[in-house]
Design a protein around this ligand. Structure first.
Ligand SMILES: [Zn+2]
Length: 216
């Protein structure tokens, strides 16, 4: 009893001491409180983890609102549907990059063909590789592509929308430039020459101008 009082807070001590002891006085043993038998099982632990996760999700209303605002902002861009689809896929990290194809066991070597140095993942392709870095620098778009580590494309857009508060037109240009990088990468894989950064930027601006002239 003294030991219990030393270890636990007063309220807990009372609760513990009010638990009736078995008359048989079996030896002490560890009990897992989430099964009838008191034995640990992976299945029961999984159910506990799921219930904890759902509690966390239901409690984060502001996070859900931000998610809604994020997708609303992305979907309401004045950009062609092909760029919207690309943006959604890039945010979900389901573009058929070499890293994603390797995950699906479609190919073995995921090395980026532009630099020959790193695996061609979405982040590498759109801002980490040398050419995208050059393209973003040349674009004059005022965000620090090199100073911050973005987990994925969604993380990057999230940062631009909620931290940098970039306006809609700039955001439209950013995702269209990213689409042009992806388009250029695909054409290069089919044998076309790699477009220099200024051409990618020019093409992105042209796409937006033509689309906006045709729709507004
Ligand atoms: Zn590369």
């Amino acid at each position: 009893m003294t030991l219990i009082k030393q270890i636990f807070l007063h309220a807990d001590t009372e609760t513990i001491l009010s638990i009736p002891l078995s008359r048989r006085q079996p030896p002490d043993r560890l009990i897992w409180g989430y099964t009838l038998e008191g034995n640990f099982s992976v299945n029961s632990a999984y159910k506990v983890a799921l219930s904890l996760a759902s509690d966390t999700t239901s409690g984060s209303a502001s996070n859900t609102q931000e998610q809604g605002l994020f997708w609303h902002t992305v979907w309401n861009h004045r950009i062609p549907n092909k760029v919207k689809t690309f943006t959604w896929k890039a945010c979900q990290d389901i573009l058929p990059t070499k890293v994603n194809l390797r995950c699906r066991q479609v190919l073995e070597d995921a090395t980026c063909e532009a630099c020959g140095l790193d695996p061609e993942a979405t982040d590498h392709l759109l801002w980490d590789c040398q050419q995208p870095r050059e393209t973003w620098e040349l674009s004059g778009i005022p965000f620090d592509i090199t100073g911050i580590r973005y987990r994925d494309f969604k993380d990057l857009l999230w940062y631009l929308i909620f931290t940098k508060h970039v306006d809609r037109d700039l955001l439209a240009l950013i995702v269209t430039v990213a689409w042009c990088m992806w388009f250029n990468r695909n054409k290069t894989r089919l044998g076309s020459p790699r477009q220099p950064s200024h051409e990618i930027l020019h093409k992105a601006r042209l796409i937006l101008e033509e689309f906006q002239l045709a729709h507004f």
